[in-house]
Design a protein around this ligand. Structure first.
Ligand code: HEC
Ligand code: HEC
Length: 273
């Protein structure tokens, strides 16, 4: 009894250790292996090359639309004016002269810079420029500003301080590209057909001058409009301007119908095609 007891107390600790090793270490090992496996799987997935490929493929798929966007005439409208760009991107430094920037409306700050000419100022604003006062970051630090937007902001700032730079609408490549096809696609008007469209649709407002619609033949109302040129008037009639609805509010009219009607109104009012 005493012997067997002693035997039991001798062997029990070893059995306990063995059972600990067998009963704990083995599952622990299993857990560690599972965790390593999971980590390995996750690691394999995160920088997955196929997801990068997928992104590239997505960009490729979007490209045609992005390219279309670039020549979409509405892009011109979406571009910010000089004042807007200045307020969003330039005022932070140029408003107060922070970092040594020439101050808005300050002729002393701007005089010698204006003397360099618009092209140099624009180049410095687009590419960035380090002078004796400090550093002008490229595009004021906003990389996605369009060249035309930066150009308008430069003109806006320089003009505030005495320059007389033209707001360079044409310097915007998007504007130039967009204007060309629009102008090229103006149909040649047929004035007899145009008279019919005018009588059926446009006269509703234009005969009476309703809502400020210019009456054909009313030179006071038409002179300044005619000065814009036929393609611009055609564009305004197609797309609407202020109280003038697009296509006279009649979307079923074709481009030729509109060109004919504008041509009729234009020539009736003294315009030469
Ligand atoms: C982080 C500050 C900062 C911002 C933002 C900033 N500028 Fe400047 N800009 C400067 C500094 C500084 C100078 C003067 C550098 C010098 O001559 O030492 C400068 C100079 C210029 C000049 C004169 C360059 C010349 O040749 O003398 C133009 C033009 C200009 N900035 C345009 C812009 C326009 C446009 C924007 C906004 C789109 C803009 N800047 C935003 C800091 C800034
Ligand atoms: C619902 C009234 C209405 C109808 C219908 C209408 N117009 Fe107008 N249109 C106007 C008004 C108002 C203006 C002046 C907009 C302004 O300059 O503020 C205008 C201006 C114009 C101009 C001058 C745009 C400019 O840049 O100054 C043209 C061209 C024109 N309309 C063509 C047409 C043609 C073509 C039709 C028929 C297909 C037509 N309009 C039908 C209301 C109308």
């Amino acid at each position: 009894m005493a012997d067997s007891h002693a035997q039991m107390t001798r062997t029990t600790p070893q059995e306990v250790i063995v059972s600990i090793v067998a009963g704990l270490f083995a599952p622990l090992l299993a857990i560690v292996l599972i965790v390593m496996l999971v980590l390995d799987i996750q690691h394999g997935h995160k920088p997955d090359a196929s997801s990068e490929d997928a992104q590239k493929a997505a960009v490729e798929r979007i490209k045609p639309f992005a390219t279309l966007d670039a020549v979409d005439p509405t892009v011109v409208v979406a571009e910010k004016s000089g004042q807007d760009v200045y307020g969003a991107a330039c005022v932070a430094c140029h408003g107060t002269g922070a970092m040594g920037a020439p101050r808005f409306e300050n002729k002393g700050d701007w005089g010698p810079r204006i003397a360099q000419g618009f092209d140099t100022l624009l180049k410095h604003a687009i590419e960035g420029f380090t002078g004796k006062n400090g550093t002008m970051p490229p595009r004021g630090g906003i990389a996605d500003l369009k060249d035309g937007e930066v150009a308008r902001a430069v003109a806006y700032m320089a003009n505030s301080a005495g320059a007389d730079f033209k707001a360079p609408e044409a310097a915007a490549p998007a504007a130039a590209e967009a204007a060309a096809p629009a102008a090229a696609s103006v149909p040649t008007p047929d004035l007899a057909q145009g008279k019919k469209v005018y009588q059926n649709v446009c006269s509703m407002c234009h005969a009476s001058g309703a809502a400020g619609a210019p009456k054909p033949g009313d030179h006071a109302a038409w002179d300044a409009r005619i000065a814009q040129g036929f393609p611009t008037l055609y564009d305004h009639a197609m797309n609407g301007i202020r109280a003038m609805p697009a296509r006279g509010g009649n979307p079923s009219l074709s481009e030729a119908d509109i060109a004919n009607a504008v041509g009729y109104m234009f020539t009736e009012s003294g315009g030469k095609l």
